[in-house]
Design a protein around this ligand. Structure first.
Ligand SMILES: Nc1ncnc2c1ncn2[C@@H]1O[C@H](COP(=O)(O)OP(=O)(O)OP(=O)(O)O)[C@@H](O)[C@H]1O
Ligand SMILES: [Mg+2]
Length: 236
């Protein structure tokens, strides 16, 4: 059985029907890239899994336990971590205080991270550990947001466009960190606009179109499907 299972998930914003019955499975330690054009519903899918947009039908289960219907905080405590698109730091707290706030016991069976490991991933954060997070650059705030989510010791980490707006050098670092997260047994669902990165890190690729999954396969299979890329990914 897969670690994370999503079945028949629907979500609405008011009367707008956004997710139309998503089925997806994430095996243990797998990195899954979730692709699609702007507005296809990728962020909404992550938010629906987290309970931030309560699903109107369907279920989300982690390790056989039903998460859908619970509050975001409880979902998080049971092992689903989330890095939102917008960087969420406490601007008046230092880098280290922001990290300390993220530390949670984590779900049983989860890899346990510590703050030193975060500094090893991103030495820039170690250099700036005593600085208030509000003074960090956008890229540094992004690193901090990722680290804070990792310190919650999730079984599965949902990451929404982590490399958006980052300098190419930092993009490579973030990519390496995502690969390392997978090597430590934590599954990742990655929403990533840069196709080369999405295909490089993932074992599995899903493409969304208009709130439905339109493709599920390996990066190689997507590479070999130019129609799929033309119809659902490339900007017309
Ligand atoms: N808070 C909201 N209220 C109403 N509609 C929303 C809201 N957030 C998103 N939508 C709509 O839901 C649809 C899916 O949006 P979503 O943010 O999930 O897309 P996405 O694939 O993440 O794309 P991108 O991040 O590039 O915008 C879009 O049509 C969007 O306009
Ligand atoms: Mg989005």
């Amino acid at each position: 059985m897969s670690l994370l299972q999503v079945k028949g998930l629907h979500a609405h914003y008011g009367k707008s029907h956004i997710l139309h019955g998503i089925d997806m499975e994430v095996p243990e330690a797998a990195i899954v890239s979730l692709l699609g054009r702007n507005g296809s519903g990728r962020s909404t899918l992550l938010k629906a899994m987290m309970g931030l947009v309560p699903p109107t039908a369907g279920s989300v289960t982690l390790d056989g336990r039903t998460l859908s219907g619970q509050r975001p905080f409880d979902i998080c405590r049971q092992g689903l971590g989330y890095v939102p698109e917008e960087r969420l730091v406490f601007p008046n707290l230092t880098v280290e205080e922001n990290l300390a706030i993220g530390v949670q016991k984590g779900a049983p069976g989860a890899h346990r991270w510590n703050i030193e490991e975060m500094y090893d991933y991103f030495p820039r954060l170690r250099e700036r550990r005593g600085i208030r997070a509000g003074y960090l650059s956008g890229g540094e705030q992004q690193m901090l947001t990722i680290c804070r989510s990792l310190l919650g010791n999730p079984r599965v980490l949902l990451i929404d466009e982590p490399t958006e707006g980052l300098a190419p050098r930092i993009v490579d670092v973030v990519m390496e960190v995502i690969l390392d997260i997978g090597r430590r047994g934590v599954a990742v669902v990655l929403v990533e606009q840069k196709l080369t990165i999405a295909l490089k890190v993932a074992q599995q690729v899903m493409v969304m179109g208009h709130g439905e999954l339109v493709f599920l396969g390996t990066p190689e299979e997507l590479d070999a499907a130019p129609d799929m890329r033309r119809n659902w990914l490339e900007v017309a």
